[in-house]
Write a protein that binds this ligand. Structure first.
Ligand code: WT7
Length: 659
């Protein structure tokens, strides 16, 4: 977050009361009710979480104990001894509770005319068939399946098919490169890869299968690859390994019925890779009973979803937001979830509002970067469509600055709708801090209060509680059912990243403060992680991609404030001696990173530097680099430990000559 944004949030004093309209049927309707539930959830967490799970989830066998944990170890278990199945909860039970013919997924493809609607019955059949396909390929309970797909319904089908048979899915965002895909497949040793011929994006066809081919060439664990035909572009299919989705799904030997596995509450449901401040991406592990309970719980209370609602979360299923709030949360509740393949700006900045009007969307959940991008296009686009079906607005991914908040509130919410600014992370499985739409008075820029059951706090470096308005580390002092259970294959990293610095607590890596009224204000990451358009990027990962290029000696990457994306990537690169600093090489290095990680990791600015600001012990002073990237040359703080203070003026000069 930039200094201006922080200052503008600190000054923010406006509050907005929750709406009365629609509140009669809301789940939680007042702050008193929230406080009461919250208090109870802190005093008797097991009782609270037992009740929530019983209410929301069908268990084949009840648990023996609600929770069993020791955050010092760390070890966390929920609903120990219980048996359930995620796909059963998202599909089968709705076939008997009156929702059989209700739309489970409304899919709007990028081309306006591409619409598909899956009722719960239809989705059930597709999922069973694909589960049988996976079984026919030798996939068994516990085996990993990688999924590298654009936003097509087959993505949801593949996920649910995995959870039905107890296979563990690992979804890789289709914007990631072949190398990123390869690393993720190798890390979890997936047996099957599900992909597509191409991605349709902003009117273009971007081939995807060649990336999958490149990755599979180095992934001996992959025995079979299923390919969804999305664009019909020419691709190569390897005999014996690759099969078309539409062909194998129509195979006569594939049955419509597939029994679900009775999974243990603590069996792994999926792995999702996310960037950290050091090393390669971590495989965040989520399990069955706790995750499912947690996403159902939060979807119900934060989005106040009712049976006749159309609910739309604009995220990509390749990120945790899509896992939890397009697929698992809404389907667990038997809701209608809209899945959108396109982008906000194509064919015009009115696209989102056109979709809202077309399907009469009631609940709309997006990211601040989208709001800011649309805000720049001008308010007239929002007026082209009828937005009166909207009832609740949501935001996720990064702090929403008060200016964007006000625009969202005014022009999309018509100054009436609640905005739920939801703070959470890949690791938390679901939303931890958010307003409840019909209960919480809103303060623009604040994620407001912790969800019931979430013991959030801000602590100082020594672990003691910060005072009101004192900035510090955002931690959670008790586990909740959706908390990650591990880093795949790396228990040491699980412990050191989340549980070592503040013993007995979960460390989020974010900075925050709590105001006098108990409202949380998130200030952004405290570690070397950049938030680009609401997506987390590790600086170390980008640096190691850069230094893997033959011309690069050293690289340092920092975030630079950006009007729309929140932050963008700024790279300082020192070349090997004898290599010339040219614009062509700059281009080549940016393309190199794109190819190594994905478009989202491409440095916006790449500055050649003869030297980096290092302390005498060799540590790079990133604070200095961040200041220079932001064109703030005044106050660098204490630079007395720098080995060569002259580096700073060289860097400033280099920066100025870039412009
Ligand atoms: C990081 C987690 C959770 C799904 C999307 C991102 C930032 C997320 C907010 C918010 C302020 C937020 C944090 C967090 N973040 N939501 N409402 N207000 N910051 O998931 O990639 O795991 O990133 O995103 O810095 O640590 P993720």
């Amino acid at each position: 977050m930039s200094q201006e944004d922080i200052e503008s949030m600190m000054k923010e004093k406006r509050t907005f009361d929750p709406p009365k309209e629609h509140s009669d049927k809301a789940y939680i309707t007042s702050m008193e009710q929230y406080e009461e539930i919250y208090k109870r959830s802190m005093e008797d967490p097991d009782g609270f979480w037992a009740e929530r799970s019983e209410e929301l989830i069908h268990w084949f066998k009840k648990w023996d104990s609600v929770s069993d944990y020791d955050l010092h170890k760390p070890e966390v278990k929920w609903y120990v001894g219980g048996k359930t199945n995620i796909a059963y909860n998202c599909l089968d039970r709705h076939l008997e509770n009156g929702r059989r013919n209700k739309a489970a997924i409304i899919w709007q493809g990028e081309p306006e005319e591409d619409v598909r609607v899956y009722t719960y019955q239809m989705l059930h059949t597709e999922v069973c068939r694909f589960a049988n396909v996976l079984k026919s390929m030798g996939v068994k309970r516990g085996d990993r399946v990688s999924i590298y797909l654009p936003m097509v319904p087959e993505l949801a089908v593949a996920m649910l098919a995995c959870t039905r048979i107890g296979a563990v899915h690992s979804i890789v965002f289709a914007g990631f490169s072949a190398v990123s895909l390869q690393n993720r497949i190798q890390d979890c040793e997936a047996k099957v890869l599900v992909t597509a011929d191409a991605v349709l994006r902003a009117g273009r066809t971007i081939p995807l299968k060649p990336n999958a081919d490149e990755a599979m060439g180095k992934c001996p664990s992959v025995e079979k690859c299923v390919v969804v035909k999305r664009a019909g572009n020419e691709i190569s299919m390897q005999d014996g390994r690759d099969v078309w989705w539409h062909e194998i799904m129509e195979d006569e030997s594939i049955s419509d019925e597939c029994p679900y596995e009775e999974m243990d509450a603590e069996d792994t449901a999926f792995i999702l890779y996310t960037s950290g401040s050091t090393g390669k991406p971590k495989g965040v592990v989520h399990t069955t009973g706790g995750y499912l309970t947690y996403v159902a719980h939060t979807t119900q209370w934060v989005f106040d979803v009712h049976d006749d609602d159309v609910y739309w979360c604009t995220a990509d299923v390749g990120w945790i937001t899509g896992h939890s709030y397009i697929v698992y949360g809404p389907l667990a509740l038997g809701a209608t979830s809209l899945m959108f393949e396109g982008v906000p700006s194509y064919p015009s900045p009115a696209r989102f509002w056109k979709v809202v009007e077309k399907f009469k969307v009631n609940i709309f959940y997006t990211a601040p970067t989208v709001v800011r991008a649309l805000m720049r296009e001008g308010v007239e686009w929002t007026r082209k469509h009828d937005l009166s079906s909207l009832r609740i607005l949501g935001s996720v991914g990064e702090p929403i600055n008060p200016e964007a908040w006000m625009w969202y509130f005014k022009y999309i919410g018509n100054e009436k709708l609640p905005i739920c600014d939801t703070w959470w992370q890949t690791e938390t499985g679901g939303i931890l801090i958010s307003a409840l739409p019909y209960a919480t008075p809103l303060k623009p820029g604040s994620a407001t209060k912790p969800m019931p059951g979430v013991d959030a706090a801000v602590v100082r470096a020594d672990g003691t509680n910060a005072n009101p308005n004192e900035g510090g580390h955002l931690v959670i002092k008790k586990p909740w059912p959706g908390i990650l259970r591990g880093v795949y294959g790396d228990p040491e990293r699980y412990k050191s990243t989340y549980f070592e610095r503040f013993p007995g607590m979960y460390e989020s890596g974010d900075g925050a403060r709590v105001d006098d009224e108990g409202y949380f204000w998130i200030m952004g990451r405290l570690d070397d992680v950049i938030n680009v358009s609401g997506h987390r990027m590790g600086t170390a990962e980008i640096e190691s991609a850069l230094v893997s290029h033959e011309s690069v000696a050293e690289a340092a990457v920092v975030g630079m404030p950006h009007q729309v994306k929140g932050e963008t990537i700024y790279a300082y690169v020192t070349l090997k001696s004898g290599v010339e600093e040219t614009d062509d090489l700059r281009k080549e290095l940016r393309a190199w990173v794109r190819n190594e990680i994905g478009a989202i990791a491409t440095p916006e600015v790449l500055q050649f530097a003869d030297g980096l600001p290092k302390t005498r012990s060799g540590k790079i002073m990133r604070r200095v680099l961040r200041k220079i990237a932001a064109s703030k040359y005044d106050d660098f703080g204490d630079t007395s430990t720098l080995a060569d203070p002259g580096v700073i003026s060289d860097l400033i000069e280099g920066k100025k000559s870039l412009l």
